[in-house]
Design a protein. Structure first.
Length: 595
C-alpha cells in the first residue's frame, strides 16, 4: 500500500545498503527535516538567551541536587508551534503517506533549560481522512499538571480536526527524551521528535552531537497495521526497515510485483561529524513502534552516562540496548583507527522483533575525511541474538542516591494473551483488555470524584487511594518481552528476572531508576514509585504500539482526594467540547484500545 507514480526515481538503480544517497534530496526523503544531514547543528551546553546566575540558567543547582524535591525557576517560557498534517515522502526510498510535524519527519526538536516552562501549541491539520490527535511528552513527571500528559481517554479528549490545543508544563527532570502522538498507533506513522532539557552534567565531553533517533519502519500506514493487529487471525508482522534519524536505504527489487509503489534505491543514510581526539555526546532514543534495538559504533567504545532521565555512574560498553521509548546518553571519544566509520543499530533478533531489513547504518566522518566515500569499517560482534534484556541492573547506578523504602501498598499485575469471545486476540492485564473512551477522560472523572464511572472494567483503573510508596510486581505469563512505561514517575527498578520474584532487591540503597523497563518473557518485573506526591491518573503500559493497541494498558489513580482539587484549566474541557462536536457528525474509526 503506497502512493502511485511520481517524480521519484524508478527502481532500476542498483541497491547498496550502505549508499550515501548523493543523488537524492532531503525533501524527497524527509520533507522539511534536517535530521541526518551534516548541516544539523551541534548542541550547546545550555541555552543562553535567559539570565545566567552564577554562570548557569539553573544557578547553584548541580548534578547532585535532588531533582525530585528541588527545581530551579528561570522564569523563561520556550514556545513552539506544531502543525500535524499528512504528506508523502520516502525515508528509505519507498514512497508513502506519513504524518508530519511542521512538514518534517522526524519532527523538530524541543529545547529548554532545566527550570524553564515549555509551551507547545498543537494544530490538528490532519486530512484525507481527518483524525484526532494529541502529543505526549515522554518521561516528564507533570507533577502538578497531569492534564498536560497528552493521553486521549486519560488526561484529555483528542484535539479535533481543524482545532488547536496549547500544552504548558515545566521539566522537573533534565536530559534526553522525545514527544510522540498517543492517539492509537499514530506515532508509528511519523508523529514524533526529540526533546533536550539542558541541565547540570556529571560527565565531561567536548561536543554534543544531539539526538540519534532509531526506529523500525513500516511501509504500510499505521492504521492498516492496527487493523492487522486487531484481526481475528492477527500474527506478528515484520517491519520493512530500520532507520537512524529517519534515514536508511531499501532494496526496491525485493518488493512483490503487485506493489507498484514508487520506490528508489539508495535513498541515503544519516551522517555525523567527529573531531579527532574530542569526546562526543550522543543522545540515543528508540522512537520505534516495536523493535528492541542494539546500537554500536564500529571501532569505538561508548561510555554510558544516563538512561532515560537519570544520570548514571559512567560505564563503558561496546553495545547499547534500547527498548521502545528508552533513551541512553553516551560519550564517544574520536580515537578510532581510520577516518570513517559505520554507526549501526540492529533490530533485536529472533526473540524480540523481526524486520525485513534489520540493520540501519549511519556514516561517521572524522574531520578531513572524504564525505563522498562510504566507510569500510566492520561491526562489533558478540551480542546475544536471543536476548531482549535491558543492561544489567548492577551496571546502571544512578548518581543521585534514592534508597528503596518500605512500601505502603503492593499491587500485582499479571500480563497474558488470549482470544476473546468474538475471536479477537487481545492482551489483558489482570484479566481485562483496556479500551478507552475518547469522550470521557478518566482524569476529568477523577476530578469529579465519579468513582462509579472509574470502575468501568475495560478502563483498567487501579485506585491507589492515599498510598504514598507503591510497589508493583508485574508477572508476565506470556512468552514475549514487554517494554513497560510508567507515566508521571521514574520507577525504581527493584528486580527483573525469569519465573517468580524471590523477594531480592538489586542494590536496595540505590536501585536503578527509569521510565521504561523490559519485563522478560515468562518472567517478572518489580518496580516502586512515590505515588502520593503526584496526584493524577497515570498510564502504565507496554510501549510496543501493537500491544497497547490490543489492550496492554492500566492506569493508576494516585492520591484520589488531591485529584478532586486539581486546577484543571477550562481549555481541557473546551477540547472535549470540540471533540464532542466533531464526533456528533463524524465517527472515529477506533478499532483498537485508542492508545
Amino acid at each position: 500500500m503506497g502512493a502511485g507514480s511520481s517524480h521519484l526515481a524508478p527502481r532500476s538503480v542498483a541497491y547498496q545498503a550502505s549508499s550515501l544517497g548523493l543523488n537524492t534530496t532531503q525533501v524527497q526523503t524527509n520533507g522539511l527535516s534536517q535530521w541526518g544531514t551534516l548541516s544539523t547543528p551541534t548542541l550547546p551546553k545550555f541555552l543562553t538567551n535567559n539570565p545566567l546566575p552564577n554562570g548557569f540558567p539553573w544557578s547553584t543547582f548541580d548534578a547532585e541536587t535532588n531533582y525530585y524535591e528541588l527545581m530551579p525557576d528561570t522564569g523563561v517560557i520556550r514556545s513552539y508551534d506544531f502543525t500535524i498534517s499528512r504528506g508523502v515522502i520516502a525515508p528509505d526510498g519507498y514512497q508513502k503517506q506519513v504524518m508530519l510535524v511542521n512538514g518534517a519527519f522526524p519532527g523538530p526538536a524541543i529545547e529548554a533549560n532545566w527550570g524553564d516552562t515549555i509551551q507547545v501549541t498543537l494544530h490538528n491539520n490532519i486530512t484525507g481522512p481527518e483524525e484526532g490527535t494529541a502529543l505526549h511528552w515522554h518521561g516528564f513527571l507533570q507533577r502538578g499538571t497531569p492534564w498536560e500528559d497528552g493521553v486521549p481517554a486519560v488526561t484529555q479528549c483528542p484535539v479535533a480536526p481543524g482545532k488547536s490545543f496549547t500544552y504548558s508544563f515545566r521539566p522537573q527532570l533534565y536530559g534526553t527524551t522525545w514527544y510522540h502522538s498517543h492517539y492509537s498507533a499514530q506515532y508509528a506513522g511519523g508523529i514524533f521528535g526529540p526533546i533536550v532539557i539542558y541541565g547540570p552534567s556529571f560527565s565531561s565531553y567536548d561536543i554534543d552531537l544531539g539526538p540519534v533517533m532509531i526506529s523500525d519502519w513500516y511501509h504500510e500506514d499505521y492504521f492498516s497495521l492496527v487493523q492487522k493487529t486487531m484481526d481475528k487471525n492477527g500474527k506478528q508482522f515484520p517491519s520493512d526497515n530500520n532507520l537512524i534519524n529517519g534515514k536508511m536505504n531499501f532494496d526496491c527489487s525485493t518488493l512483490p510485483p503487485s506493489d507498484k509503489t514508487s520506490c528508489f534505491n539508495n535513498a541515503g543514510v544519516s551522517k555525523f561529524k567527529f573531531q579527532r581526539g574530542k569526546k562526543h555526546r550522543l543522545r540515543l532514543v528508540n522512537t520505534g513502534a516495536e523493535a528492541f534495538q542494539r546500537f554500536s559504533i564500529d571501532g569505538h567504545k561508548m561510555t554510558v552516562i544516563a538512561n532515560d532521565f537519570v544520570m548514571l555512574q559512567p560505564y563503558e560498553t561496546d553495545t547499547v540496548t534500547l527498548a521502545v521509548g528508552q533513551r541512553a546518553d553516551v560519550v564517544v571519544e574520536a580515537n578510532g583507527d581510520g577516518d570513517a566509520f559505520w554507526m549501526r543499530t540492529h533490530v533485536g533478533g529472533r526473540a524480540c522483533a523481526y524486520s525485513t531489513q534489520p540493520v540501519a547504518l549511519a556514516a561517521i566522518y572524522y574531520d578531513g575525511a572524504d564525505e563522498s566515500q562510504q566507510p569500510t569499517s566492520h561491526a562489533v560482534n558478540g551480542w546475544d541474538d536471543a536476548s531482549c534484556s535491558d543492561a544489567d541492573l548492577n551496571l546502571t547506578n544512578p548518581i543521585l542516591l534514592v534508597p528503596a523504602q518500605k512500601p505502603d501498598v503492593e499491587k500485582t499485575i499479571e500480563i497474558d494473551f488470549y482470544k476473546n469471545e468474538t475471536g479477537f486476540n487481545l492482551w489483558h492485564v489482570n484479566g481485562s483488555a483496556f479500551r478507552g473512551n475518547y469522550n470521557s477522560p478518566t482524569l476529568l472523572l477523577g476530578k469529579l470524584h465519579n468513582m462509579t464511572a472509574l470502575q468501568t472494567p475495560e478502563w483498567n483503573v487501579i485506585n491507589l487511594e492515599q498510598a504514598n510508596m507503591v510497589r508493583v510486581v508485574v508477572k508476565n505469563k506470556f512468552f514475549a518481552d514487554h517494554p513497560m512505561h510508567l507515566h508521571g514517575f521514574n520507577m525504581q527498578v527493584l528486580h527483573i528476572g525469569t519465573g517468580d520474584w524471590d523477594g531480592t532487591i538489586v542494590r536496595p540503597l540505590n536501585p536503578q531508576r527509569r521510565d521504561v523497563v523490559m519485563v522478560p518473557a515468562k518472567g517478572h518485573l518489580v518496580i516502586q514509585f512515590e505515588a502520593g506526591k503526584n496526584p493524577g491518573v497515570w498510564p502504565f503500559h507496554c510501549h510496543i504500539a501493537w500491544h497497547v493497541s490490543a489492550g496492554l494498558f492500566v492506569q493508576f489513580l494516585t492520591n484520589e482526594d488531591a485529584v478532586t482539587r486539581l486546577p484543571i484549566p477550562q481549555t481541557v474541557a473546551q477540547t472535549c467540547r470540540e471533540w464532542g462536536d466533531w464526533t456528533n457528525t463524524n465517527i472515529p474509526e477506533q478499532i483498537d484500545s485508542g492508545l
